[in-house]
Design a protein around this ligand. Structure first.
Ligand SMILES: Cc1cc2nc3c(=O)[nH]c(=O)nc-3n(C[C@H](O)[C@H](O)[C@H](O)COP(=O)(O)OP(=O)(O)OC[C@H]3O[C@@H](n4cnc5c(N)ncnc54)[C@H](O)[C@@H]3O)c2cc1C
Length: 80
């Protein structure tokens, strides 16, 4: 249980949608979060690749079905 003397601290491994959404939600609750990532870019499998010539390629999702109840949509509509 959180208390003022020993506030919770959370380590999240991976900066994909799951890690980033979890970090955002915890941070909004006032919890100290550290995200550890193994790559230079954020986004995990949904990241954008920057190619020569200024081209950008989104390598992950192109379709995000609302009916799937994805965490990002639940977060977007969360009442905070
Ligand atoms: C081509 C493609 C198309 C897709 N299309 C869709 C779509 O249309 N709709 C949809 O809903 N989903 C789609 N997906 C799936 C979607 O990308 C994944 O569901 C989503 O990325 C999962 O998020 P995640 O955070 O769980 O994992 P990931 O995105 O895999 O992120 C995990 C991160 O953790 C890092 N990591 C792992 N181990 C460590 C470690 N030990 N230390 C530090 N970092 C670590 C990884 O490098 C990665 O950056 C698609 C995926 C691909 C590849």
């Amino acid at each position: 249980m959180p208390n003022a003397l020993h506030p919770p601290r959370v380590a999240i491994v991976g900066a994909g949608p799951g890690g980033l959404a979890s970090a955002m939600r915890l941070a909004r609750e006032g919890i100290s979060v550290t995200v550890f990532k193994s790559e230079t870019a954020l986004g995990g499998r949904t990241r954008t690749i920057h190619a020569p010539g200024g081209y950008k390629f989104d390598i992950g999702p192109h379709v995000l079905p609302l009916s799937a109840g994805l965490p990002c949509f639940r977060l977007r509509h969360a009442p905070w």
